[in-house]
Design a protein around this ligand. Structure first.
Ligand SMILES: [Zn+2]
Length: 342
């Protein structure tokens, strides 16, 4: 189920034991329950739950349980293997000191190796870009996930200043670019998307405006739909007026970078939290929902909708211009058929 990083075991965080008489014990887990039958086995399950309340090696747990119950070492080992294979144990779990860390407790309960998870969160190098007024809220949301990141505010409102700002953006050693709170059609988002493409850095986009929240796309450079493909797809059926609006937005010096309609604070907070969760899944190599897609949430509807996005063959950002094709059509008659006709 999980990679074992240091050989340590712990009973699954949050697991609860319920007895139904002396011969039946249920272990209640996050996503399933496990039932153990037989008087000796249920006693051993309780003994292991006690021995592994904090992290221990398999050898030490077997010694402790054998000493407490006097059952044979062979039976102890078989019950331990049953507990492990049925998902009752968490591995890599030297996290007695992390009892209060809800993030690691959660991932441990989901079956991830806790030590490896801690490493991956610490190794992440996410560059977060957001409008300055909301940047602190965004970093707080990502802080709760444990993902290592550094923040970069968007301040300027004039296109030339935006280009200058992007040029100063330090993406060295960045593993993921996370852009929050910037509408996709703006020049700054276009420039950020282009930077990520040029430097081959995966990028996650998201924003909230009015009653609409969007998480994604998560762009794998030159492999999935980029932010410009997204704009082309979203405006594909909007008519030429929409294209003119986008062009006007990009040239305007009057529209602030983080423009958007007023958002209910609770909705903004909920959407931002889902954005942070998606970022965590990316950093932990868990399959994100936003590769080649975006999730849309609408205020007042307690559900999200997934929109699949395909790359656009006419995208100016991720499809380099091809050589112009000139018309040159030639037709040759077969000499055999030509002879037959004579
Ligand atoms: Zn594209």
């Amino acid at each position: 189920m999980s990679e074992v990083s240091d050989g340590l075991l712990r009973f699954m965080p949050g697991a609860c034991l319920v007895d139904n008489g002396p011969d039946e014990t249920h272990v209640l887990l996050a996503n399933h329950n496990v039932t153990f039958l037989n008087h000796d086995v249920t006693r051993l399950v309780h003994a292991f739950a006690e021995a592994l309340r904090t992290s221990s090696t398999q050898e030490q747990a077997l010694v402790d349980v054998h000493a407490a119950t006097q059952f044979s070492e062979d039976l102890c080992l078989r019950v331990l293997n049953m507990l492990r294979s049925s998902g009752c144990l968490s591995s890599g779990a030297d996290y007695a000191r992390d009892e209060i860390d809800p993030v690691l407790n959660f991932w441990g309960a989901q079956g991830l190796d806790v030590s490896r998870t801690r490493e991956r969160l610490a190794e992440a190098a996410v560059v977060v870009v957001a409008p300055e007024p909301v940047l602190s809220v965004v970093t707080q949301a990502i802080d709760t996930t444990g993902v290592r990141h550094r923040a970069f505010p968007v301040r300027p409102t004039e296109p030339l200043a935006v280009v200058d700002m992007i040029a100063r953006l330090d993406l060295s050693e960045a593993t993921v670019l996370a852009v929050w709170g910037l509408q996709y059609a703006t020049l700054v988002t276009r420039q950020l998307g282009q930077q990520a493409l040029d430097r081959h850095i995966p990028a996650l986009f998201g924003y909230c405006s009015g009653v609409l929240g969007r998480i994604g796309p998560f762009v794998l450079p030159n492999a999935t739909a980029c932010i410009e493909c997204t704009n082309l797809r979203l405006s594909a059926h909007a008519g030429t007026a929409e294209a003119r609006v986008i062009a006007a937005i990009r040239q305007s010096t009057d529209i602030p970078c983080g423009f958007g309609y007023p958002v209910h604070p609770a909705f903004a907070s909920a959407t931002l939290s889902l954005f942070a969760i998606e970022l965590t899944r990316i950093c932990l190599n868990l399959p994100p929902r936003t590769i080649g897609a975006l999730m849309e949430l609408t205020f007042g509807e307690a559900e999200s909708r997934r929109r699949v996005l395909y790359r656009s063959p006419t995208c100016p950002a991720c499809h380099p211009p091809r050589p112009e094709r000139f018309g040159w059509d030639a037709t040759f008659r077969s000499p055999v058929l030509a002879g037959e006709q004579e």
